[in-house]
Write a protein that binds this ligand. Structure first.
Ligand code: GRF
Length: 200
């Protein structure tokens, strides 16, 4: 399966996917990494020999045209799957109607959606949070859940320490999910995701 990864930041989730994809048995190949800004992770992808592109929000007159431009750039790589891994902008209909997109989120959805999930979980005082991989729909972190993993909040945690603990398990889960989607296919029925749509 051909995978395009979208990032806005360091791209450690993307890097984990690149590592996994080095094994051809993994079933997914990262064909491009895209961003909405000069994300530090782009250099990492370039060093790994992967095509990169940037579609800046400010270079477009409005959200719809930015979304359409992004969709075109993605489509040029004919992906079977788009992985949003720390991509910090909402995707619009031009992208979502044309591509299957999954996202990784650093909380146990539907708790703490949005950009400040780790900070919000910490401020709320939960003892357990985690990470969720889900299909992306038009809402904010509302699409069907594919997988989740729980992570404890420990005494003395700040947002940085908690986020690091989450990201360690988040990366493993994302790698596992992308590989399984690629190798086994999937079906979604009434929000319920089943991996392995390919009947034996
Ligand atoms: C991840 O925790 C992701 O869920 C969140 O931002 C982080 C991205 O980290 N939205 P990285 O850029 O993959 O290192």
């Amino acid at each position: 399966a051909r995978v395009v990864v979208l990032i806005s930041g360091t791209g450690s989730n993307m890097a984990a996917l690149l590592d996994a994809a080095a094994d051809h048995l993994y079933g997914a190949e990262v064909v491009a990494v895209g961003s909405d800004r000069d994300a530090p992770g782009l250099a990492l992808a370039e060093r790994a020999g992967v095509a990169t592109f940037t579609v800046r929000f400010a270079d477009h007159p409005d959200r719809a045209r930015w979304d359409a431009a992004l969709s075109e750039r993605i489509a040029a790589f004919s992906p079977d799957l788009v992985v949003s891994a720390g991509f910090m902008r909402l995707l619009g209909p031009a992208v979502l109607d044309r591509h299957t997109v999954i996202n990784t989120h650093p909380a146990l959805l539907p708790a703490f959606p949005g950009t400040h999930a780790v900070r919000d979980a910490l401020a709320y005082g939960v003892r357990i949070t985690g990470a969720t991989v889900h299909f992306v729909d038009s809402g904010v972190d509302t699409g069907p859940v594919i997988d989740q993993v729980a992570v404890p909040v420990l005494p003395g945690d700040d947002a940085a320490s908690l986020h690091e603990r989450i990201k360690t398990v988040e990366r493993r889960m994302l790698v596992d999910v992308v590989g399984r989607l690629a190798r086994e296919g999937w079906t979604v029925e009434d929000r319920h995701v089943r991996l392995g749509s390919v009947e034996p």
